[in-house]
Design a protein. Structure first.
Ligand code: PD2
Ligand code: ZN
Length: 294
């Protein structure tokens, strides 16, 4: 550090930024370059990166390399995953058997059959219908929410555990995916009318956007998504994964689950809701965070 520079301390904001860059797969030299461009002395920047990533690995209970050069700058995080023994076709979800209909490695996608009963689907629709509003998504510029032209459905959020039916479904999801119930966001219900769609997007929060650090304060990143189909549209409405040409048909009581171990398109979890061509499509989405979501 030059003698005229002000003292350079690693603030919590900077620490979060370094972790987000690493988890997004940025090259170390680019992270270093960005820090130097904003006035950081090179040696101090390297030390800050190493210390921060060492701390992050400790937090995650991962081994710390003895030589700094071996520091993995692409840090992946644990994700929800069911206990799928080789060839298993059914899973016990605590109060119900769930069928495994489709399984893919990259992206990690699983399609479950019979996750919800018909009565549970109808019950969720009945609770959600009177509370529907034009859908909003998280505004990643500010961390607030906004009406989004890429999503032409109507939607609402339940509070976690707000009704016995919601509690039961949330507990089933937590058991099935082996992920703490407290790390889940409240269920979101969406209704798509004919012509409505959800353009392809990633569900993780883009580390490069200015609103992301604010969003991550509550529970960290999203690491998994479960979209549950509450009815069977007459035509259209598949959940699509354009990177791999996968289309999941919306079938009442089925669900598609996908996970992402870092906030990066390499996870191939780009996905969308194809336009509904006839009838309506109803889904309930559960997003799972790294940590407790309060
Ligand atoms: O309704 C869907 O198929 C869909 C597609 C993409 C839902 C979501 N994303 C979501 O809720 O994130
Ligand atoms: Zn999505």
């Amino acid at each position: 550090m030059s003698s005229t520079a002000s003292p350079q301390t690693v603030t919590e904001d900077l620490r979060q930024w370094i972790v987000a860059q690493a988890e997004a797969g940025c090259r170390p030299e680019d992270v270093l370059q960005a820090m130097r461009a904003s006035g950081w002395d090179e040696d101090v920047a390297i030390e800050a990166m190493e210390a921060t990533l060492r701390g992050r690995l400790e937090e995650l209970g991962r081994p710390i390399p003895s030589v700094p050069e071996a520091m993995p700058l692409t840090v992946t995080v644990p994700v929800p995953e069911p206990a799928l023994a080789d060839g298993a076709t059914v899973l016990w979800a605590g109060d119900r058997e769930v069928r495994v209909v489709t399984s893919m490695r990259l992206p990690r996608v699983l399609v479950f059959g019979g996750l919800l009963s018909d009565d549970e689907c109808d019950g969720l629709v009945a609770l959600a219908r009177p509370r529907l509003l034009r859908s909003e998504t998280v505004d990643t510029q500010t961390g607030g929410s906004e009406v989004n032209a890429a999503r032409t459905s109507d939607g609402m959020f339940f509070e976690r555990g707000e009704a016995p039916l919601i509690q039961r479904i949330e507990q089933r999801i937590a058991t099935l995916l082996r992920w703490p119930l407290e790390n889940g966001e409240g269920l979101q219900v969406l209704r798509y009318r004919p012509g409505a769609e959800y353009k392809p997007h990633h569900d993780y929060f883009d580390p490069a956007l200015p609103g992301t650090p604010t969003i991550l304060q509550r529970g960290g990143q999203r690491v998994g998504t479960l979209v549950m189909y509450l009815n069977h549209p007459e035509r259209g409405g598949a959940t699509t994964f354009p990177d791999v040409g996968l289309e999941v048909a919306p079938v009442k009581g089925h669900a598609v689950f996908f996970s992402y171990d870092r906030a990066h398109p390499d996870t191939r979890t780009l996905h969308g809701g194809a336009p509904v061509l006839a009838g309506e499509k109803w889904v309930a989405t559960k997003w799972l965070r790294e940590r407790v979501f309060v």
